[in-house]
Design a protein around this ligand. Sequence first.
Ligand code: CA
Length: 286
Amino acid sequence: MVKKILVISVLSLCLIFATKVYGSNDVIKLKLNGETVSPDVPPQIINGRVMVPLRWVAQAMNAKVSWNQNDNSVSIDNLGVVANTPDNKVKLYPFSEENGYYKGFIMDIDGKRKYFDWYNMANPSFLPKIYYDDLNNDGNKEIIVILITGEGTGVLTQQMNIINPENFEEIGVENPLNVIKERVKTQILKGTTESTVKLNIDNKEEEIKISNDPNETLLDNIIFNEFYFYLIEENKLVVYINPIISYQRAGIGIGQIKISYNFDGKAFKAQTITYNSNYYYPDPLW
Ligand SMILES: [Ca+2]
């Protein structure tokens, strides 16, 4: 996926344009694909030439810029498309790569492009997914982008984005963790041989008994923000959440909560919340 396109000398870190000399206090704007960006080093006029920071330009062209101390060189590597729809109409390019994450993405719809301030793991096993589906039943398809923001033992976190392909506008999706805070009350009652987890969902109570394990330390209360994933099931947006009751169980423990969403005319809002003592994972999960 990463393709080396060229290596240049460190001396030419800037693109150079011959220009008329304006006052040295004039701020030179940098526009990338029509959008003004603010690079850490602004474009400058030096000896009558406009010098533009290469990193920002290269990143807007989906390339990664790195400095190689060993041979005094700068490498520009094309990051390439990381996700696309099957018909290749919609493509997603990372803007930059830092510390194992892609930071910022450029969405391309039939050649029209927009930058989004998203992040995703750069590990090729956990790239973003794009779907093209009419989720709100208005006869027009939306672009659905699911980003993996975290993954590890007992950890899976995602971010869901729904985009109107006509104008690149984001359609809101109610945050499932806020929905849980508002509508789910929980309690862990620790006993000597057996403990009880209470889940109160929209005033309907579930009691889950668990046998105590000397190797396990139950948390004081349930954590919901460490393992959840989004799916589109029968044209509906859903999210599955694994409540965490101890770190020894690494993401499994008492089953799953599922939130189903509905479109209310403006945004996708949580409708039903259900609890299941079994686990459901799509195959493949990612
Ligand atoms: Ca639609």
